[in-house]
Design a protein around this ligand. Structure first.
Ligand code: FAD
Length: 385
């Protein structure tokens, strides 16, 4: 076992860190933190990330992608400011899902603009009545001549309000045994217009979490991907790596909070001494660091297991649930180190506190992740009776 990064990994991390500081953070700082970035600005940032393969990490080179091992992807991803990392997940996972089950013609036609981030992509599974139980989706897909006609609503979709392309799951209806016949369809907004809007919420306010509405939206049949019923497998394969990636977004935020707390503990004086001299403040700092270190390791471990072809369902579920809880607590403790300054808008810790709270929900809530881990441990699924 070797806990050191290889020289290739170190160089990639350094390069992602420099890109974030030079090309991403200044753009975020130049815009209002409470308003979604203009589409062109977000697209520009995704294009910067595309330059390092981050918009196509899991798309194999044979399909024009970067084909980066998921651990290396995670190491680089951890360096990216979270609101942009969040948009990368929407973009990159959509490209990876298309690449997983599609024809060579579809890959050639659909992927290049997503890999280069010339067009913004997202994946829509969640609906107003359907969240954790993705098999119950109601968005209706019917065949009509050379077209598919889509009717329904998707909500809580990353990148939705600015997307050019959405990869959706929809149903053709029930089969003879009453099972939902789920299909995957790529809807291109230029070709098949639909409406979308941003959903105002707690965190990632510069991002574009939103809703999409399909009203008799006609989509050419050649945009249907894979085969009936493959959606669960394709989504699960990408969720497995997405979960530790979300954990690493939380690690990035907790690390920023620790850096700020260390500076403050050295500068701020009370009772005649810098507060970092007091054991109870040192305990807060030590607990924050331990949360970051353990979260980082469990996320790297899950990504390495995926690269090694191991069954990673339990590991990936643990990684996300653990890292999110530990990093939420770490950010809160860093706020405590700052006293009242911790809750000030000026310092930005309250933004980390809001942003990190967004992450326990997508790609498996804490309860769903617990049940996945429980199923791995016991061999018994608590989901279905
Ligand atoms: C930041 C963010 C980004 C997102 N991005 C996307 C995206 O790009 N694409 C997309 O399709 N969706 C996306 N989502 C939606 C997300 O995947 C869903 O919100 C999530 O799956 C949960 O669904 P729900 O909100 O309907 O909650 P529900 O499924 O209704 O759950 C409500 C509560 O019940 C609990 N619960 C549900 N079932 C069980 C059970 N069997 N046992 C115990 N407890 C249970 C849940 O854990 C939760 O606490 C995103 C959400 C967020 C917040």
């Amino acid at each position: 076992m070797d806990f050191n990064l290889t020289s290739e990994q170190r160089m990639a991390v350094e390069s992602a860190r420099k890109m974030a500081a030079r090309d991403i953070q200044p753009v975020l700082d130049a815009h209002d933190p409470d308003t979604p970035l203009p589409k062109e600005a977000m697209k520009g940032l995704l294009q910067v990330c595309a330059g390092q393969g981050l918009t196509s990490a899991r798309v194999p080179e044979s399909a024009g992608g970067a084909g980066i091992p998921t651990l290396l992807f995670g190491l680089m991803f951890e360096q990216i400011p979270p609101v942009v990392a969040f948009a990368i997940v929407g973009q990159e996972a959509t490209a990876a899902r298309i690449a997983l089950e599609s024809t060579p013609e579809q890959r050639e036609r659909l992927l290049p603009d997503l890999i280069s981030a010339k067009r913004i992509a997202c994946t829509g599974s969640t609906e107003p009545d359907v969240g954790s139980d993705a098999r119950g989706i109601k968005t209706r897909v019917t065949e009509d001549g050379d077209d598919l006609v889509v009717n329904g609503d998707k909500m809580w979709i990353t990148n939705a309000s600015i997307c050019d392309v959405i990869n959706i799951t929809g149903t053709l209806g029930q089969d003879d045994q009453g099972r939902n016949q789920i299909v995957r369809v790529v809807v291109d907004r230029d070709q098949s217009p639909f409406t979308s809007s941003k959903t105002p919420c707690l965190g990632f306010c510069q991002g574009h979490l939103g809703e999409v509405h399909f009203d008799d939206c006609r989509v050419p049949k050649e945009n249907r991907l894979g085969s009936v019923g493959d959606a669960a497998r394709v989504l699960t394969l990408t969720w497995l790596a997405n979960r530790p990636l979300f954990g690493l977004m939380a690690v990035n935020m907790a690390q920023c909070a620790l850096d700020a707390a260390l500076t403050y503990a050295g500068d701020r004086k009370q009772f005649g001494k810098a507060i970092g001299n007091y054991q109870l403040v040192q305990e807060l700092l030590a607990d924050i660091e331990t949360s970051i270190e353990t979260s980082r390791l469990i996320c790297y471990r899950a990504l390495a297991a995926i690269d090694a072809g191991e069954r990673a369902n339990g590991l990936s579920a643990q990684a996300k649930r653990y890292a999110l809880a530990a990093c939420q607590r770490a950010i809160s403790m860093a706020m405590e180190v700052h006293g009242s300054m911790g809750i000030s808008r000026e310092l930005g810790l309250e933004q980390l506190f809001r942003d990190v709270r967004m992450l326990p929900i997508p790609d498996g809530t804490n309860q769903i992740l617990t049940l996945i881990q429980g199923r791995e441990l016991t061999g018994v699924s608590a989901f279905r009776h």
